[in-house]
Design a protein around this ligand. Structure first.
Ligand code: GLN
Length: 245
């Protein structure tokens, strides 16, 4: 009797340990790194981070049976967070670029985007070609930052947040801002006297950044994205935040 009790006890604790072990190795969260300064893709509404990317990531996490956790950080820290495993995915209106592909993998694109130029109403700058020799504001570490570096004789002012570049333009400290189209639309709607040039600077694709060490996650994210596209849910999320012109 006594011995069987002891055996039972040992077995029971072994089982508890086994389950605890399972619980630990099985991932239950999907950690998203973002920079919540980029409406309508990610921004704060009270203490919540909302927007197109937050909803797409939530839908992907739901499809994978995981709980989404959002980590807000500087835009130029996101790739490092994904590389180090601090975050599983980087979702931040992030443009697929050759440079970034050297550091991380990208999912299939989930939307097409564009870099545009914001100027003050009445500005002599009428197209991207007129940026030669001008003071151009960008958000640090973005594709806009990289493109601005290619403009002949331009001086590039780098800001931590896109809206800070817009503030600087309003104060006539710079001549133009190169930034993604949808945030540009939000920023000009909130400030008088600004326009977006008709001619885009470039067209680009946004995708989800994932560590090169985690191709299994890349495949799962692509499978979930494909389902979201197929079901129309992806478009529904985009349409909720972006009204067609
Ligand atoms: N699409 C731009 C990039 O990837 C800007 C993204 C952002 O500022 N969140 O660099």
């Amino acid at each position: 009797m006594k011995i069987s009790k002891v055996i039972c006890g040992v077995l029971a604790s072994a089982m508890v340990l086994a389950f605890a072990g399972c619980g630990k190795s099985e991932k239950t969260t999907l950690v998203m790194a973002t920079n919540a300064e980029f409406p309508p893709y990610e921004y704060r509404d009270g203490d919540k981070i909302v927007g197109i990317d937050a909803e797409i990531a939530k839908a992907v996490a739901d499809d994978m049976g995981l709980e989404l956790v959002i980590e807000d950080m500087a835009f130029d820290s996101i790739i490092a967070a994904v590389q180090s495993g601090k975050a599983d995915i980087g979702v931040a209106g992030m443009t697929v670029s050759e440079d970034r592909l050297a550091s991380v993998n990208f999912s299939d694109p989930y939307t097409t985007a564009a870099q545009v130029v914001i100027v003050k109403e009445g500005s002599a700058i009428a197209s991207p070609a007129d940026l030669t020799g001008k003071k151009v504001g960008v958000q640090l570490g973005t594709t806009g930052d990289i493109y601005a570096g290619d403009i002949e004789d331009a001086s590039v002012e780098r800001f931590n947040k896109g809206f800070e570049a817009v503030q600087s333009l309003l104060q006539d400290k710079i001549d133009a801002v190169i930034i993604d189209r949808e945030p540009a639309k939000v920023f000009i709607s909130e400030n008088e006297g600004l326009i977006i040039l008709d001619e885009e600077y470039t067209i680009e694709d946004y995708a989800i950044a994932i560590s090169k060490d985690n191709t299994e996650l890349l495949e799962k994210v692509n499978a979930s994205l494909a389902k979201l596209k197929e079901s129309g849910r992806l478009q529904e999320i985009i349409d909720k935040y972006i009204t067609a012109e």
